[in-house]
Write a protein that binds this ligand. Sequence first.
Ligand code: NDP
Ligand code: 2IT
Length: 445
Amino acid sequence: MNLEKIMNDLEKKHPGEMEYLQAVREVLESLEEVVNQNPQFEAKGIIERIVEPDRVLTFKVPWVDDNGKVHVNLGYRVQFNNAIGPYKGGLRFHPSVNLSILKFLGFEQIFKNSLTTLPMGGGKGGSDFDPKGKSDAEIMRFCQSFMLELWRIIGPETDVPAGDIGVGGKEIGYMFGMYKKLTMEHVGVLTGKGRNWGGSLIRPEATGFGAVYFAQEMLATKGLDFNGRNVAVSGFGNVAWGAIAKVTELGGKVLTISGPDGYIYDPDGISGEKIDYLLELRASNQDIVKPYSLEFQNAQFVAGKRPWEVKCDVALPCATQNELGKADAENLINNGVICVAEGANMPSTPEAVEVFKHHKILFGPGKAVNAGGVATSGLEMSQNALKYNWSREEVDAKLHEIMRNIHASCVKYGTQEDGYIDYVKGANIAGFLKVANAMIDQGVI
Ligand code: NDP
Ligand code: 2IT
């Protein structure tokens, strides 16, 4: 495989799509060996076909605010690859959303979903709508307008969206309501639904729980565990919340959370009622973490900084892409970090990943570590199809088993001659092989 030629061609076709090109390069670098050893992949144009989405829908989303003012946002759905199952992946509402970000997320989702062992293809969507400071009624009107376009191309066997940044249970509810009204069908077209109308137990916690289950497996390869460990977490959203709850349950101490305004350092550890407070903070729609320091004694707010300067054993970046750069990685290493597991999608820059690999610490990439969210979405789809609900314990046990299997796949394909586990390489190869072979079976389409 001529990696540089493929990347040059892509850069020409999609100039300026920085995040998308970054994600593709990382995957292709990992695949070089496997593609060179398997000439059928090149002969069938697998790489050229897998890096381009099957289709992209963009649309305008007009809506009216509480004062009667009209706003127009952009809406997108990137249907990337459905070789192993219906397109599946979240919707992100954040002002930074653009096509490059959604293509990076949709591309990553192909491999992540393949790793889960469940039959799900890859997709992603969203809007540049900013939920910050919006009233409930405004969010509802926006979600309804968004679904007035999106409904045409989704369906329980076609494309099943879910949440991501800025999209949680509330937004899924408003979108589901509009879909149901338009189609007159109460079906599993979205995941992350409310518990009384098709949602799965554990889905809200799943990404964070899964990330910690995966990190547990990583630590176990060195005979270590979470008990008594200091943990730095970034973000304060859905993923951060679930991860903090599970780390605490396993005897670890979470020292930090972060938001766009800075980070919180809580030397007493974020546990008990403080974890519930995170839900309140997020639901306030204000997008700041500072109020935490006013609520709890001893907690300090550090304005405008990231939590990676805090001494910790384990780091769990759970906010957003490229939030942990080279200098942050060096800080973590100098402070003795042993494990970095990505709860968010692509939070570490390529330079930061290089630093982690160079120092041979345990480093788990998002597509493996955070796959528990979409895996539990897959379990929600199964329950919807069965018209049945599994108990909390049943879903949690399945999630745990899936995370153990993903870890085993990474070890199988990522273990180097010296015994170092390259989780990036392992996850990319394991995720790729299943999809690539399915694409070969199904012909050039
Ligand atoms: P939430 O909206 O619940 O929280 C996102 C967090 O990241 C918030 O703290 C948010 O603050 C912060 N954030 C978002 N964008 C930026 C930005 N541009 N700069 C700085 N901070 C930012 O989202 P989730 O917890 O669901 O998602 C967090 C990460 O996990 C994302 O990378 C997402 O793709 C990934 N993920 C989510 C899954 C899920 O099931 N929800 C599954 C797998 C991965 P603010 O909004 O104030 O900017
Ligand atoms: O990035 C992700 O995997 C998600 N936001 C969850 C996707 C899903 O379909 O549950």
